[in-house]
Design a binder for this molecule. Structure first.
Ligand code: HH2
Length: 287
């Protein structure tokens, strides 16, 4: 399996690591750490050295309860970072729901759009269809400000699977080739702890849809519930969750901690051989 992402063709023989760069003052685990373009670009370059296969640049926190950010502010936060990362050697994704920013980011060099709105906006679909960028279609219930108030499903796995199937069909019908499409159950986006666990167990069913599955569990609240730790102390928990997701069939892992996740996946791959092998240490590191 492979993913076409602008001028990149990414092999999915092993899980890929998408390094998170939040250019925000208020993200739940790293808010304010990379809020200037300079610090965000430096962090992005560090993640590449650590072995990130893709980068996800976001200018609006979508944590539960987050306030929406205006288009101009989101542009101001993210576009200079994307421009500075042009030619950085790995695909750069823009994490946004705003069609205008998707278009500007693609023009500035982004080769993937991570849309937690799953291209429900027709304008967003047109922009993607007219580009060669990849797209991540994520499931969520409700909107970030209130999504964790009372999430409810009859059968969470069936509902998320059917939604993602439908979104893939709509995207494909709009002219976006399946080789450019990724799906994501959206852990924590309008889901209780039990919903998240059910979806993790059902990842093989989602993988059976036939496009790569992205899993974003890094530092999330469900890991806090299990370990009793705050967001920045959830690194080991996040690594364990990423490993489980990979074993369950996730092909892209959206993570804050690239080195730690990569090491764990490398060890698992070498010992169990079930998730595809990491052949070399990341660039810049000695074996
Ligand atoms: N999670 C977050 C943001 N974007 N995109 C996808 N596709 N899947 C996810 O699970 C996902 C996502 C939330 O994490 P983070 O970016 O670290 O926090 P914040 O939204 O507070 O910036």
């Amino acid at each position: 399996m492979f993913l076409r992402c602008g001028s990149f063709t990414l092999s999915l023989d092993r899980p890929l690591l998408m390094g998170v760069v939040n250019v925000t003052p208020d993200s739940f685990s790293d808010g304010g750490l990379y809020a200037t373009a300079e610090s965000a670009v430096a962090h992005a370059r560090t993640l590449i050295e650590e072995g990130a296969d893709l980068l996800d640049i976001g200018g609006e926190s979508t944590r539960p309860g987050a306030s929406p950010v205006g288009l101009e502010e989101e542009r101001r936060r993210t576009l200079p970072v994307i421009e500075a990362l042009a030619g950085c050697g790995v695909p750069v994704s823009i994490d946004t729901r705003k069609p205008e920013l998707m278009r500007d980011a693609i023009r500035s060099g982004a080769s993937m759009v991570n849309d937690i709105g799953a291209l429900e906006s027709p304008e967003a679909r047109d922009i993607l269809a007219q580009s060669s960028a990849a797209v991540c279609l994520m499931h969520k219930q409700g909107e970030p400000q209130t999504m964790q108030v009372d999430p409810h499903y009859g059968d969470v796995v069936a509902e998320v699977r059917d939604y993602l199937l439908e979104r893939v069909s709509v995207a494909a019908a709009a002219g976006i080739a399946r080789e450019r499409i990724v799906i994501d159950p959206g852990f924590g986006f309008g889901k209780t702890y039990e919903h998240n666990l059910a979806l993790l167990k059902a990842l093989p069913e989602l993988a059976a849809i036939g496009v790569p599955v992205l899993a974003g569990l890094s530092r999330k609240a469900m890991l806090g519930r299990i370990t009793g730790r705050g967001p920045q102390a959830r690194v080991a928990a996040s690594v364990a969750a990423a490993l489980y997701a990979a074993v369950q069939g996730a092909r892209i892992l959206r993570v804050h901690d690239v080195t730690e996740t990569r090491d764990a996946l490398s060890v698992w791959a070498a010992m169990a051989g079930t998730i595809g092998v990491f052949s070399t240490p990341p660039p810049g590191q000695n074996a």
